[in-house]
Design a protein around this ligand. Structure first.
Ligand code: FAD
Length: 755
């Protein structure tokens, strides 16, 4: 009997938090359905792949971290392909496609993907499918979904092209096959996006509808499975193979768009339902849906009653963490301020490993909230088993590629410990998670809504009701009461509980043995799916921990105040976000709100250096600070003014976005220009000092640092710098952007941003 040899496909990923990895795993999983054998590896596993000899198409899926850096597991690969000694035709034989993940809120969008692409092309590799640049700032799926959809046709095209090139070669046509691939032959993601939009009302909807009916029987059999899911199920009863249950709703389109509890707006006699997390409206409610593949289950999970279980407490990997005492906790903002900013002082004197420099950050490990762990146990029907030992093993029949028991879950732990310290139960459910939940939802209306939320057609609703609201898994389960996922599904699909980083807000020269950091208590407002607001996980936990012992500004610290607890931290050095080593170099710091934190460290260090080297020449220092009210949330005001008095800080430019409303009105009547030019945000103040700043950056070889909110501020500052360069150098937008990019490359324009 002839034996069919399936073509190979190599899938390589570089991932920091697992997103690129899970997309790559998805590609590898569905490859079989497209008649391909996928070989999946992390870019760090260079013993598993050999690009130098690769004859199959290669798909790269890579994310970018921090200030445009490659993920940790991709650093070595990038270094290897950047090697200048490699010949220009080193990868001449290679055909690749690349999906880059990034976030436009951060500098150097998709930089790792772009770097890999540049190197591959410089080394002769040829792209067979246009690169996708997915933006986490607006939702990765906007690009990822159409990119994945077009990938398979592109792979088929690449395979036949590669085969015909080989045949040509064997026939004696040994020219560079790559030369024969005109760029126009590369399928374009943009085109794909357009074609998807076009198809919304046309043929493809019909095709999708056909697909719905074709697979309806498979889907309904899985819904029967869902109905059978017991309250206390720990392992997913999904069939191990996703094939056949890949498809869409068991409900026909339009069958369920107004649940009994649909929120309504009353206008006169008519009650108009409006969309919410649990309720959709036409056109979505009537649309055929394209939903992602069902993630194949891969874990067996059981709970075992044991006489005693070693009671581990505290975070994972304790060996690499340090449990340090909080020595002081101060509230920096006034009681009536919108934001609660707190300063914590840690006593790190006993820990050599925690020796830090200004610009470094610390990872802080906080547990999940006890009441939410209880709610989750209750929701899973496992409250009576919370002290049972959890046993996790791989399902033998799993179709998941490279499946492994999550390495961060230790052996011999209780269910309670798992939910408290191992899984991010606050994480925002990804579409794959919603897709898996569909299989465990009994109520038809709820099931259809979950399908909508994970579908391509439901992108906008997913962003609006899930992603933008930072909805947690628990909140989602509360909104969909007929959904009863097994514990195994949570372990398979929830990410590891991540530590939260905080910037050091002190210099150890000024405060030996101490480390300060500052944070705002994050308040997430109520929304559809969250009846009451809640605090951020780590900042809420810290606040509860220190609240009894908080010191308020201006009030004397009483000696009898309650003692403060210990917390777990580890150092997170940042080798680039450092004050210039040459003391004569002028530098500018832009840090509104808690973004001022690292600059307090910079200035404390500078103050000490000035005392120790009075003869040295020191460059000018500028700080741009901003907050709402001068009297409410001007963080470190006295200390900053002290730096100005001691000439450590040459220029302090503070602005207040909500102050002086009355005064401004008066000014507007008398002097329109003053009112108009009053700086409200840091970028306005930068603009007012444009000449000085461009002079420092472009003529004096100085540096500019930005720290704080990634979503708005960092972008606004970046745009303002471009405007300033345009004006000062009399160049166009593109040249101004190039100038800024070269400042970044020279590490003279540095960002440490979050949000
Ligand atoms: P989570 O439970 O993780 O919830 C955060 C959710 O709330 C997110 O979905 C987010 O979109 C939303 N959100 C709303 N407002 C904010 C906000 N202001 N910040 C973050 N998320 C918000 N934070 C500081 O306050 N001070 C620092 O010095 C500081 N330094 C950092 C340094 C680095 C290198 C990085 C990456 C982050 C830093 N952060 C800092 C942010 C910090 O790590 C946490 O993200 C933040 O404190 C929220 O954590 P949480 O667990 O309370 O909130």
């Amino acid at each position: 009997m002839p034996c069919e040899v399936k073509p190979r496909l190599v899938v390589l990923y570089g991932s920091q938090k697992g997103q690129a990895q899970s997309i790559a795993e998805g590609v590898a999983e569905v490859a079989e359905e497209h008649g391909l054998v996928a070989e999946l590896s992390c870019l760090s596993q260079n013993e598993k792949y050999n690009l130098e000899k690769e004859t199959a198409p290669v798909v790269f899926i890579v994310s970018t971290t921090g200030d445009g850096e490659p993920p940790d597991n991709t650093l070595k690969f990038v270094k290897r392909i950047k090697n200048k000694t490699l010949a220009a035709d080193h990868f001449k034989h290679l055909r690749y496609a690349l999906l880059a993940l990034g976030d436009t809120n951060y500098a150097n969008f998709c930089n790792c993907g772009k770097t890999i692409e540049r190197c591959l092309q410089q080394l002769g590799a040829k792209q067979f499918y246009a690169t996708g640049y997915a933006d986490d700032g607006i939702g990765l799926e906007v690009v990822v979904d159409p990119w994945l959809e077009g990938l398979w046709e592109a792979i088929k095209g690449a395979l036949s092209k590669m085969a015909s090139d080989r045949t040509g070669y064997l026939k004696g046509d040994a020219g560079d096959s790559a030369k024969q691939t005109p760029d126009s032959s590369i399928p374009d993601v943009q085109l794909n996006l357009l074609s998807i939009a076009d198809r919304q009302n046309g043929e493809s909807v019909r095709a999708s509808a056909e697909k719905v009916s074709k697979i309806a029987s498979a889907a309904s059999s899985s819904s029967a499975t869902a109905a059978a899911a017991t309250e206390a199920a720990v392992t997913d009863p999904r069939p191990a193979s996703p094939v056949g249950s890949l498809g869409l709703a068991s409900l026909s389109p339009g069958a369920a768009f107004v649940p009994t509890s649909a929120p309504e707006t009353h206008t006169g006699d008519a009650a108009i339902p409006h969309a919410s997390l649990t309720c959709s409206l036409p056109a979505l409610s009537e649309s055929a849906l394209t939903i992602p593949a069902l993630p194949p289950p891969y874990l067996n999970v059981s709970l075992q009653e044991v006489d005693s279980i070693e009671q581990i407490s505290g975070p994972l990997n304790k060996e690499s963490l340090h449990e340090v005492p909080i020595s002081r906790a101060v509230r920096l903002t006034r009681g009536d301020s919108v934001k609660k900013a707190l300063l914590l002082e840690l006593d790190v004197s006993a820990y050599q490993q925690l020796t830090y420099q200004p610009g470094d950050s610390f990872d802080l490990f906080s547990p999940n909230k006890a009441s939410e762990v209880e709610d989750m146990l209750h929701r899973l029907g496992l409250q009576d088993q919370k002290n049972h030992r959890i046993n996790i093993s791989l399902r033998k029949d799993t179709k998941k590629k490279n499946a492994q028991v999550p390495p961060y879950i230790p052996e011999n732990i209780s269910l309670m410990y798992l939910l408290t310290w191992c899984l991010e139960i606050r994480s925002v459910p990804k579409k794959a998670f919603l897709r898996a939940l569909v299989e465990h939802t009994v109520d038809g209306v709820q099931k259809r809504r979950l399908q909508e939320l994970c579908s391509r057609q439901g992108n906008a609703d997913y962003n609006l009701y899930v992603r933008d609201q930072s909805l947690s898994v628990l909140e989602l389960l509360t909104a969909f009461p007929s959904c009863s996922p097994p514990l195994s599904l949570l372990i398979e699909l929830l990410p590891k509980l991540q530590p939260r980083p905080y910037s050091a807000a002190s210099s150890s020269l000024m405060h030996p043995g101490k480390l300060h950091f500052v944070f705002n208590v994050v308040e997430l407002p109520a929304c559809s799916g969250r009846p009451a607001g809640r605090r951020g996980l780590c900042t809420g936990w810290l606040f509860d921990l220190i609240n009894p012992a908080l010191v308020f500004p201006g009030k004397a610290e009483s000696s009898g105040s309650p003692s403060l607890p210990k917390i777990h931290v580890s150092l997170r050095p940042n080798h680039t976000f450092r004050p210039p080593s040459d003391l004569s170099v002028p530098f500018i710091m832009v840090g509104p709100g808690t973004g001022v934190a690292p600059f307090i460290g910079f200035l404390q260090q500078r103050e000490k250096e000035r005392q120790e080297h009075p003869e040295a020449s020191f460059g000018d220092t500028w700080l741009f600070f901003g907050c709402r009210h001068r009297d409410g949330d001007y963080l470190f005001r006295e200390e900053l003014e002290g730096f100005v008095s001691s000439s450590t800080l040459s220029h302090l430019k503070a602005c207040f976005s909500r102050d002086d409303q009355g005064e401004e009105k008066k000014e507007r009547e008398g002097d329109a220009i003053t009112a108009k030019t009053r700086p409200r945000y840091v970028q306005h103040n930068l603009l007012l000092n444009s000449r000085h700043i461009t002079d420092i950056l472009l003529k004096q070889n100085g540096c500019l640092y930005v720290c704080g909110d990634a979503k708005n501020m960092a972008k606004d500052v970046n745009d303002t710098l471009i405007e300033m360069i345009k004006t000062e150098l009399q160049v166009d937008q593109l040249d101004a952007m190039k100038t800024l990019a070269s400042l970044r490359e020279e590490k003279r324009y540095l960002q440490d941003i979050w949000g």
